[in-house]
Ligand binder design. Structure first.
Ligand SMILES: [Zn+2]
Length: 240
């Protein structure tokens, strides 16, 4: 019932922009952050994933991210990523705005992806603003605890938004613009806890949520409390 209703919403309310969070990738075996079994249950994000930690002890931050990069690169897109890519191909989804850094939307075939928290695709130099692909960074990390900028020698930072950093202005502007132009923002796998991204659905005419567990749904047209993969695959069938 809710799948049929969601499919109807997507058909009627175009353009539709999708906003995804950690819950879209848990079915790829990637742990989320805030649940009882999430990453932040074991480690303090301010010790390993904040800009202050990076300035104080970049080796510790890189030791955390190197393990994460390995895990994310080994993961495969799941049914939810594939369904969203197919929805874009069929003209039902204009773009995907994601909080995830895992690049799985792109690997699944989505072509318009706005990564508002950055991605593991590269590392960047805060000094000369150079960007280095992740493959070269991983090679350096075989020999050294931190990667160095090949241009100026400064320590590279993962191209992901750390706690205490502002979101990349360009990505956030594009995401806000997309949300404002959307008749529907479909939130998938996010409990909308992290600002400013959590405010994006409120920029749209309307929004709907596919998320297991809590999510602020008072203003949502529809909330589907189910797994993202099977729900979106069923929506895709319903739109066929
Ligand atoms: Zn540099």
């Amino acid at each position: 019932m809710s799948v049929a209703a969601l499919a109807a919403l997507i058909r009627e309310r175009q353009p539709c922009v999708v906003l995804t969070g950690a819950g879209v990738s848990t079915e790829s075996g990637i742990p989320d952050f805030r649940s009882a079994t999430g990453i932040w249950a074991d480690v303090d994000p301010f010790e390993v994933a904040s800009i202050q930690a990076f300035r104080r002890d970049p080796a510790r931050v890189w030791s955390f991210y190197r393990e994460r990069i390995d895990l994310l690169r080994a993961a495969e897109p799941n049914a939810a990523h594939l369904a969203l890519a197919e929805l874009e191909r069929r003209g039902f989804v204009r773009a995907v705005v994601t909080q995830n850094i895992d690049t799985l939307h792109t690997r699944a075939g989505s072509s318009d992806v706005v990564e508002v928290h950055g991605s593991i695709r590269s590392a960047e130099c805060l000094s000369c603003l150079g960007v280095e692909p992740v493959e070269a960074v991983l090679e350096q990390l075989e020999e050294s605890t931190v990667p160095a900028c090949p241009r100026c020698g400064e320590t590279l930072k993962p191209s992901v938004v750390l706690f205490g950093e502002v979101l990349p202005a360009g990505a956030m502007e594009r995401a806000t613009q997309l949300a404002r132009e959307a008749q529907l923002v479909l939130v998938v796998g996010s409990s909308l806890e992290v600002w400013p991204v959590a405010g994006l659905p409120l920029e749209a005419r309307a929004y709907a949520i596919v998320n297991r567990g809590a999510a602020p749904d008072e203003q949502a047209l529809l909330k589907v409390d189910a797994r993202a993969g099977e729900t979106l695959a069923a929506v895709l069938d319903a739109l066929a």
